[in-house]
Design a protein around this ligand. Structure first.
Ligand SMILES: [Fe+2]
Ligand SMILES: [Fe+2]
Length: 250
């Protein structure tokens, strides 16, 4: 059963924990004049997510459906949502629209360029492309400018059935998740480290987010910029860009 929490003004986290992965899947609903859903969830999760969203807004009233990158937990149920929400339009990166969604979706998407803004009413969501961060050529994130919320997808991925909101060390939890996946024969190499990884994380840090709405795990409330900058060190240490000792804290 989905758990619903308001994690920032008008922003609701609809969370389903899947025991087989020991992982939460979080879908974010912005309740505003033009409601926006970030993460459709998987097709098989659709009835549960739809029923949870229906406690917040009429699903038929959805105006925007967005996500970070093409993957079933991000946008697998897109067509199910488009069917119940006749005014809804899919919005994603321009490359995502061109290479996946114009074919995959039952209605044409809108591709967002860097710094395009979606105004939902009281809230403004700025699109930031982040190719290959956390993964996927088409990856991007949305930043809400009035309350400092970063809808950050798989960044700060945490394992377990954790609390909805925390100010605890989410970077440590993400580090533990990366370590667990790196040790897994199937799930390894989940996040690529590229020459642009650090720069992209620092660009997100410069937005000075105060809320990091993670797809898997708790939403972090605190100094999001510091967490994002430290994440560059963590990924380089964990994924081997520099010798392990070079970044070890005394
Ligand atoms: Fe992903
Ligand atoms: Fe994910």
């Amino acid at each position: 059963m989905a758990r619903i929490d308001e994690i920032a003004p008008d922003l609701y986290r609809v969370s389903i924990h899947l025991p087989q992965f020991d992982l939460q899947f979080n879908h974010f609903l912005i309740k505003d004049d033009e409601p926006l859903l970030f993460h459709t969830g998987m097709r098989r999760m659709f009835p549960e997510v739809r029923d949870a969203v229906a406690q917040l807004v009429d699903p038929a009233a959805l105006r925007w459906i967005s996500w970070s990158h093409f993957e079933v937990d991000e946008c697998g149920a897109l067509n199910e949502w488009l069917a119940v929400a006749p005014r809804a339009q899919a919005i994603c990166s321009q490359v995502g629209a061109a290479v996946n969604i114009e074919d995959f979706a039952d209605r044409p998407p809108r591709g967002l360029a860097k710094d395009d803004v979606i105004e939902t009413g009281l809230h403004r969501y700025r699109f930031v492309p982040t190719p290959h961060l956390p993964h996927g050529w088409d990856a991007g994130v949305l930043f809400e400018e009035t309350s400092g919320v970063l809808l950050c997808s798989d960044l700060f991925h945490q394992l377990g059935d954790v609390e909805p909101v925390t100010s605890a060390d989410v970077l440590g939890r993400w580090d533990a998740a990366i370590a667990a996946y790196q040790a897994h024969p199937v799930l390894m190499d989940y996040v690529p480290l590229t020459p642009a990884t650090r720069r992209r994380l620092f660009e997100l840090a410069d937005l000075q987010p105060r809320v990091l709405a993670a797809m898997h795990g708790s939403t972090f409330v605190g100094d999001g910029g510091a967490a994002l900058r430290s994440a560059a060190d963590m990924l380089e240490r964990r994924l081997g860009a520099v010798p392990v000792d070079a970044h070890q804290v005394a």
